[in-house]
Unconditional design. Structure first.
Length: 476
């Protein structure tokens, strides 16, 4: 197919980094080369669009800055390709022989690619490419190039002004470095005779896209992290937990059989149709419930009066208790049979379990409570004709003796109380009629006292002590 080189030349003229040094119409060979470069750049651009920009508005620094406003290191990460950083010139006529620029990503990342948009001037593309030739890219954790890992080394071909490279390394800092050392031999095309300026208009550092992780971003996340959050781009782990129905660090394993939900802590009801396992996410019985159960989880038994599949069948009217699974009944009093439709005959109670008394006339009784319907026979009596008079238990001898003993004890105690009361009354009466007499006698060689109580006169007799004493002395 014939290529319209004039058309492609017009297109290429409008793209930064794809102009000839002279600005004239590109030759056939030149256009072929440009188209190849364009295709590569477009593929790189499309590929990097799927990745997060880690460098945007992050902290930056550079070895030295060109005098004047608007050349700071931050211009390379502001998202505006029209603003560029610029350093002092390096080369044979400059005291500066090396240049560096770096960006701090703010944390360690699994880097996937680096894209650099170099400064271009209309008609001076070749010169600009020669200025940037030989540069290197490093990935570091400390910000020091000496302890970093080489991501890319340019050469011997001249770099495009819109440069991209895959760089599958982990690190926090991305460092651009170039040099023009005295006495060092550089490949053909490098601008070494004069000083060169470094001008970076935009540096885009990208990590794995959401859903990918690991070295080279070749591993896919499970897709089951909680709240659809992306997995860790380095480890692939779901750091905030798993979506309902999944477990392990990657959230790649479904809940074990019989469990479901957040952290697989839910327990299936066990009532799914055909003993199927419930759904690992929400515990639902997707195939329906076994007989006797309803609800999404099949955890609710049929309400009273219903049974069967989806609880759509009515229990029989004479059922006291209806099995929700198959409808089998425990019958109400007075009924029996599989569906409790047969009335009791000569029996009564629930499921007709109790026979009527044989002492009921014709052994017929009320089928609900067993009461004889007509009368009792053979001297029996009671509602159910179960008592017979001649067989009633009589009082035993022990009972009679016990009663006699109790009676005598009560009578004796009562008599004792009466005797005591009568004695007390008699004593009080006697005291009133015959008051007490108190006599006190006290013999003494000097006095003799006699006292009568009760209003009688008291007589005192004084002995003649001196006379007695004289008599005693004379006698002596």
């Amino acid at each position: 197919m014939e290529i319209n080189y004039s058309f492609y030349n017009h297109i290429l003229r409008t793209l930064p980094g794809f102009r000839t040094s002279s600005g004239d119409m590109c030759s056939k060979e030149s256009v072929n080369m440009k188209i190849t470069d364009l295709a590569i750049s477009l593929v790189g651009l499309i590929a990097t669009l799927a990745y997060d920009n880690l460098s945007y508005n992050k902290d930056t620094s550079q070895s030295h800055t060109y005098p004047g406003p608007g050349y700071g290191a931050e211009n390379a990460v502001d998202g505006n390709p029209a603003t560029c950083m610029r350093t002092h010139a390096i080369g044979p006529n400059s005291p500066d022989k090396t240049v560096w620029w770096k960006v701090d990503l703010g944390g360690v990342y699994n880097i996937y690619s680096v894209n650099i948009l170099f400064k271009n001037y209309d008609g001076f593309e070749s010169r600009q490419r020669c200025r940037f030739a030989g540069f290197s890219l490093f990935i570091a954790n400390t910000g020091e190039r000496e302890s970093s890992s080489l991501c890319y080394k340019d050469g011997p071909e001249l770099p495009p002004l819109n440069f991209s490279t895959t760089c599958t390394l982990s690190g926090r800092y991305v460092i651009f470095y170039n040099e023009r050392l005295d006495g060092y031999s550089y490949p053909a095309g490098y601008e070494v005779a004069t000083n060169v300026f470094t001008e970076l208009c935009e540096v885009t550092v990208r990590e794995c896209d959401d859903g990918a992780y690991g070295y080279g971003c070749v591993n896919n996340c499970s897709g089951y992290c909680l709240n659809d959050t992306p997995c860790d781009k380095e480890t692939g782990h779901c750091d905030i937990g798993c979506a309902p129905g999944y477990i392990n660090a990657f959230c790649s394993q479904k809940c074990n059989s019989g469990t479901f939900g957040n952290g697989c802590t839910g327990r299936c009801s066990g009532n799914c149709l055909n003993n199927d396992v419930c759904h690992h996410i929400d515990g639902a019985c997707t195939g329906g419930c076994m007989n006797g159960y309803i609800g999404k989880l099949c955890s609710k038994a049929c309400i009273k009066g219903y049974y069967g599949r989806n609880c759509l069948s009515n229990c029989f009217p004479n059922c006291k208790i209806c099995n929700p699974t198959d409808g089998t009944c425990t019958c109400m009093a007075g009924w029996t049979g599989l569906n409790c439709s047969i009335a009791c005959h000569n029996y009564y109670g629930e499921d007709c379990l109790y026979p009527c008394s044989p002492l009921c006339v014709n052994q017929t009784c009320d089928r609900f409570n067993g009461t004889c319907l007509t009368a009792c026979k053979n001297e029996s009596f009671g509602d159910k004709c179960i008592y017979i008079a001649k067989y009633l238990p009589s009082k035993s001898k022990d009972t009679e003796e016990g009663a006699l003993t109790v009676g005598l004890s009560i009578s004796l105690g009562f008599n004792v109380i009466l005797i005591f009361a009568a004695s007390f009354l008699l004593w009080r009466h006697y005291r009133k009629v015959h008051p007490w007499t108190l006599q006190l006698c006290w013999k003494s060689p000097i006095y003799e006292i006699s006292e009568h109580i009760g209003g009688q006169e008291q007589t005192y007799q004084e002995l003649n002590l001196k006379e007695n004493q004289r008599q005693n002395a004379t006698n002596t």
